[in-house]
Ligand binder design. Sequence first.
Ligand code: SF4
Length: 223
Amino acid sequence: MDARRLEYLTGLGVSAWELRKPPGHPVGAPTQHGELEGDLEPLRQRVAECTRCPLHASRTQTVFGVGSATAQLLIIGEAPGAEEDRQGEPFVGRAGQLLNAMLAAIGLTRDEVYIANILKCRPPGNRDPKPEEAEACSGFLTAQIRAIRPRLILAVGRIAAQWLLRSDAPLGRLRGRLHHYGADQTPLLVTYHPAYLLRSPAQKRRAWEDLCQVRQLLDDNSS
Ligand code: SF4
C-alpha cells in the first residue's frame, strides 16, 4: 500500500484495506476506442477560443480537462477556481491533492482517470455557475463524454451533481445510489467535492463509502 493511500485511509479511520484486482484489463488501459486522444485535441482548441458566454472575458485561460482519453472513470466538477484558472488544469491546489489521495485510496492515479468541469472558464470570485453559463458550455462536456466513453461518471459536489442529474435534491440524497447520465445512460455516482471535505472532514467517511462503490462498479464492469 503506497504512502498516499495509507495516509488517506488513516485519515478516514480505516486501518487496513486491500483492493480486489479487476479481472479485466487495468483501468486506463487502451480499449477498442483507444485512439481518442486525437478526438479531444480539436475540441480543446475550440474551447480555448470559445466566447459563447461572458466568462470568456474574465478568464486567464480555459480549463479543458486532464487525464487519459480512454479512462474508465470520468470525474466531473463544477468549474475552475482561481488556481485552476492560473494553471489551466482542473482540481489543483489542496482540493486537487485531496482528490489525488482519494483516487489513490482506490488504486487509481490521476493519469488513469479523466477530470473535467462543467464550465471551462472560471466564474469571477468563485461564485456558482449560472444556469445559462452551464447550458452554453454543456456541448463541450457532452463531446468530451462521447470521446472518452467512460464506464462510470463520478460527479463531485452538489453543483455538478444537481446539474448533471437535473435535480434540486441535496447532495446527501443524490449520493449513495446509482444514477445514469445522457443518451448512453452512462452509470453515474455522486460524492462530496474535495474542497468541501477539507472544510468538513467528518464527511470523509461517507466519501470513502462512495469511493468503495466506485471501485466496486469499475471492478464489476471489468468482468
Ligand atoms: S465557460 Fe464554456 S461556454 Fe463560457 S466562454 Fe468558457 S468555454 Fe465558452
